[in-house]
Design a protein around this ligand. Structure first.
Ligand code: ADP
Ligand code: MG
Length: 606
């Protein structure tokens, strides 16, 4: 019997009519809907998750007017029997868990049994469904929680749910819906996430607004995440690079776009925990930590991140929309994510983007990616016009991901030092001939990165210092003195030697040898300012790294410094042995290129 038909609950009377009464189911559902169903995107999310749970191989989503008028989700999954089709709209009716114990190992998206009754209580729902083994299907109609008797229906195997007039009976909530474009964007985001998490499922998404239909996503089933990402992001992202690493039982894998494709919000980071789309600060922070010095302040990378771990160590049941998670040990997860990304980023030879006319990359395998080979062997994958990726099986001898193996494996074509320096411009840029492109390297950014990584590599070892012939007296305000005291260890570890002599005076005896020749007091003060600054939201999380970046900035050749040809060559060679050699420690790019093709266009050459 369908709970929606009950107009009142009799239990309070049966127990003598105290002031406590159990809410009638339609009221309870409407309240639950308040938590679960906030907007069209929440409906789409629940329906798509149900389709995935039902083993669908194809899911088609259509929304009208941002979902306010109509939402349609069709799948070719298991379908339901007539009895189940009716039961599905009962509160806490679920086929996915049977007992509280099962909560510890949820393998499906759904488990609360709340979605369908909640949706049905605030809209007009029509569901048709058929199991492939049944001859006839079932049609169920429910308006505002009130069900009509289920009827027989002819329909394809699978389930189709049409949700009309969302919130028609909850005017307050309807008023809170945003503009069509905003709601559409949110739905698109949900579809995008699920499409990324399930490359083997064919997804489509279309919108209808003012009577005209637009296909927004067509993502045929494919074998790999990288193919799916190309279909989902299209031209928005030029190229993705894979990463995959497991640390302390936490596997962090996925794709990242080059740092220069960064965006202004964290929306570019798509996260999944055990296949479930989530928003989580620990993960966002882990991603940013992984990118550390590769991003400018206020920029976020485009990343698709899958975290896989023991389901018992992560609680997905903390939020009615299941978009938040709680980790038993957030630090382990954070470290796994940042380590996986920083490792992959450090060993990515950005310079291999040379033949980037068609932005084709060869990565070693679909399943255990992480190494890149220059595009020389790559061919543009046939049949697509988007950013494409060609794959090559990993040579078995190098099956373990290991940065040193990458370095030796790479053909020299992928190196800065293989570029031919043809000149310099504005005493700032080194110009190189690369065949298909004119490569432009920012000498200061490049050198800054080189010095930064050299100094960083000495962590734990004694810093190399330059003694000053004449010690320098520096006056510090009380706040500066306090900051210096707090950062004393950092200063020593990077190579400053000094003593406080009271009355706001410090005597400086030695500076980091990289900073030799620069004005000692300026370097000292800049480092002090940088390590004591409260607002270091981005890029370099730890004080030592910030100190080193500041010293590197002073030590590096400036824009305007004249470099000889030999110095240019030396810089390029140094870059090759430097990790993270695509960006300076503050995230600015080191290299850019002008494609010959683009030049030819400017000169109207055929
Ligand atoms: P939950 O997903 O938490 O179990 P729902 O209210 O979303 O709860 O769905 C209730 C039940 O209805 C599911 O457990 C499932 O058995 C069935 N169901 C819902 N949608 C579909 C679908 N598209 N295909 C097959 N079965 C479905
Ligand atoms: Mg569900």
């Amino acid at each position: 019997m369908n709970g929606f038909d009950q107009s009142k609950d009799v239990r309070s009377e049966a127990f003598g009519g105290g002031k406590i009464a159990v809410l009638p189911p339609d009221v309870a559902n409407k309240i639950a809907a308040g938590e679960v169903i906030e907007r069209p995107a929440s409906v789409v999310r629940e329906l798509v998750e149900n389709s995935l749970d039902a083993g669908a191989k194809r899911i088609d989503v259509v929304i009208e007017d941002g979902g306010a008028t109509r939402i349609v989700v069709e799948d070719d999954g298991d379908g339901m029997t007539r009895a189940d089709a009716v039961l599905a709209f009962e509160r806490h009716a679920t086929s996915k868990i049977r007992a509280a114990d099962d909560l510890a190992r949820i393998g499906t998206y759904g488990f609360r049994g709340e979605a369908l009754p909640s949706i049905a209580s605030v809209s007009r729902v029509t569901m048709t469904t058929r199991r492939s083994s049944d001859n006839a299907g079932t049609c169920v109609r429910i308006e505002g929680g009130r069900a009509e008797p289920a009827a027989e229906a002819g329909c394809p195997a699978g389930t189709s749910i049409v949700v009309g007039d969302l919130f028609f009976n909850v005017p307050a909530r309807k008023r809170f819906l945003k503009a069509t474009a905003t709601e559409t964007g949110r739905v698109a985001e949900i579809v995008r996430r699920h499409a990324l998490a399930n490359p083997a499922v064919h997804f489509t998404f279309a919108t209808v607004a003012q009577g005209s239909r637009r296909e927004r996503l067509v993502a045929p089933a494919c074998a790999s995440l990288i193919d799916r990402a190309a279909a989902v992001f299209g031209d928005e992202v030029g190229a993705f690079f894979p990463f995959d690493r497991t640390a302390n039982g936490v596997r962090a894998r996925g794709l990242f776009a080059a740092p220069e494709e960064s965006v202004a919000t964290a929306e570019g980071i798509t996260m999944f925990v055990n296949g479930r789309p989530v928003r989580d600060r620990v993960l966002v922070h882990g991603v940013l930590a992984g990118f550390q010095s590769l991003l400018e302040r206020g920029r976020y990378p485009v990343v698709v991140l899958f975290v896989e771990m023991d389901a018992a160590l992560v609680d997905v049941n903390v939020h009615p929309q299941k978009s938040e998670v709680r980790f038993a040990d957030g630090r382990v997860v954070h470290a796994a994510v940042s380590g996986a990304l920083s490792g992959a980023l450090a060993s990515t030879p950005w310079i291999t983007r040379t033949n980037a006319g068609n932005r084709t990359y060869v990565v070693e395998s679909r399943e255990t990616p992480g190494r890149f080979f220059p595009a020389a062997h790559a061919s543009r994958a046939a049949g697509t016009n988007q950013a494409t990726f060609a794959f090559r099986a990993a040579p078995t001898a190098t099956a373990t991901p290991d940065a040193s193996a990458i370095a030796t494996e790479e053909p020299t074509a992928s190196r800065y030092s293989s570029l031919r320096v043809i000149g310099r411009y504005a005493n700032t840029y080194v110009l190189c001939d690369e065949g298909d492109a004119l490569v432009v390297i920012d000498q200061h950014a490049a050198h800054e990165r080189v010095v930064f990584e050299r100094m960083k590599a000495r962590e734990g070892a004694r810093a190399t210092v330059q003694r000053l012939l004449l010690p320098v007296n520096i006056h510090l305000a009380p706040a500066e003195l306090a900051a210096l005291e707090a950062a004393h260890d950092v200063f020593e570890s990077v190579g400053f030697e000094f003593t406080a002599v009271g009355a706001g005076q410090v005597v400086l005896y030695a500076v980091p040898s990289f900073a030799a020749g620069r004005t000692p007091e300026r370097v000292f003060r800049d480092v002090l300012r940088e390590v004591s600054e409260a607002d270091h939201t981005r890029a370099l999380a730890n004080a030592r790294d910030r100190a080193i970046a500041t010293i590197a900035c002073h030590a590096a050749v400036r824009a305007g410094d004249e470099l000889t040809a030999d110095e240019c060559d030396a810089l390029l060679r140094d870059l090759d042995t430097t990790p993270n050699n695509g960006n300076c420690p503050h995230g600015r790019p080191i290299v850019t290129r002008l494609l010959r093709r683009d030049l030819e266009k400017r000169f109207h050459r055929p």
